[in-house]
Design a protein around this ligand. Structure first.
Ligand code: GAR
Length: 205
């Protein structure tokens, strides 16, 4: 039998993408298991969701470390103790050092609430409304040292309506995040694509 792949998920808050991943992994019987959820915020709501699902929920607080490099080293040590095949950023709102990103080269995914390369960073829905774009959405990408700029794996689009507020737009985008993130993570563990020489290469089924 094929060995189960091991996934570690990093969160900072609500954890709705994490919950969507946990739900899909169990409902679809992925050949993978989420072995730990780690938050840099002790009060992240998603930690309780992970614990309730019987998954190790760990906290590595960035405020406990003098600088970014030492936090990233401590975080890596906790992650690596779970020997993951894949590390999934799910609303993990920390800038990562190039050393950290390099260590997980080709096995570090992120979801971002915009159609990258538009609107990297924070407040993406407000900025999309201010820019007057007619389509907005979400992007799943491999993480590279430049913030929110790695090779794109999948995008989902949503129309921007004249009546949209930041909240209505955010919630329609989030609904799409919950569709594309489980799908792309599943495809990764099934070996359907990989990062090769800085590009996403799809493998035939
Ligand atoms: C999600 O919208 C995710 O795309 C975004 O944070 C939210 C977390 O929600 N991530 C980023 O902005 C990363 N740059 P969740 O905790 O409910 O999944």
């Amino acid at each position: 039998m094929r060995a189960m792949k091991r996934i570690v998920i990093l969160i900072s808050g609500r954890g709705s993408n994490m919950a969507a991943l946990l739900q899909a992994a169990s409902a679809e019987q992925w050949p993978a298991q989420v072995v730990a959820v780690i938050s840099n915020q002790a009060n992240a709501a998603g930690l309780a969701t992970a614990s309730a699902a019987g998954i190790a929920a760990r906290v590595v607080e960035h405020v406990a470390y003098p600088d970014r490099a030492q936090f990233d080293q401590a975080l890596s040590a906790v992650i690596d103790a779970y020997a993951p095949d894949l590390v999934v950023l799910a609303g993990f709102l920390r800038i990562l050092t190039p050393e950290f990103v390099e260590h997980y080269h080709g096995r570090l995914l992120n979801i971002h609430p915009s159609l990258l390369p538009s609107f990297p960073g924070l407040d993406t829905h407000r900025r999309a409304l201010e820019a007057g774009v007619k389509v907005h959405g979400a992007t799943v990408h491999f993480v590279t040292p430049e913030l929110d700029h790695g090779p794109i794996i999948e995008q989902a689009t949503v129309p921007v309506l004249d009546t949209d507020t930041e909240d209505t737009l955010a919630s329609r985008v989030l609904e799409q995040e919950h569709v594309i993130y489980p799908r792309t993570v599943r495809e990764f563990i099934e070996g359907r694509y990989a990062l090769v020489a800085g590009r996403v290469v799809r493998h035939p089924v």
